[in-house]
Design a protein around this ligand. Sequence first.
Ligand SMILES: Nc1c(NC[C@H](O)[C@H](O)[C@H](O)CO)[nH]c(=O)[nH]c1=O
Ligand SMILES: CC(=O)[C@@H](O)COP(=O)(O)O
Length: 156
Amino acid sequence: MRSIQGEFDGRGLKIAVVSTRWNDDIVDRLVEGACDVLTDCGVDDDDITLVRVPGAFELPLAADRLADSDDYDGIVALGAVIRGETPHFDFVAGECAKGLSAAALEYGVPVGFGVITADTAEQADARAQPDEDHNKGAEAASAVIEMATLLRALGV
Ligand SMILES: Nc1c(NC[C@H](O)[C@H](O)[C@H](O)CO)[nH]c(=O)[nH]c1=O
Ligand SMILES: CC(=O)[C@@H](O)COP(=O)(O)O
């Protein structure tokens, strides 16, 4: 019996970090958390590309184009969707998740889902803290490194 899994070694990996301008007071902290993890895992600063989009609904298109470029070993998608008065939240959050998953599956490039979906700003804030155990950006970046190295180990 053999076991194959990824490792948290980001040396030589090229990573794109796509984040939203919407709720940037929260999202900027997700970017910090993600970049800290990438650096801690050995990703060279020159191999991290930061991309900005308007909102979570636009994240999938950016991820799709970045994945199709074949220039990146992984993509970290960061945003914060906070429920308002109407069902808009459901459509934005739902299409964002679906689109990011589709981009990953279409091109075989890991896409980390670092999009907070919260009922309140307080809930969102609690998931964008400096410590990586409470930062969705750090979580997503860690998953991307692990998946990128897993795919490399699988030779796919
Ligand atoms: N309400 C939030 C949005 N809404 C904007 C959409 O994401 C999109 O940019 C707009 O519908 C134009 O296409 N976006 C977030 O990221 N977070 C929100 O809470
Ligand atoms: C997630 C959203 O798009 C939301 O913030 C919009 O708020 P509202 O439903 O009150 O228009």
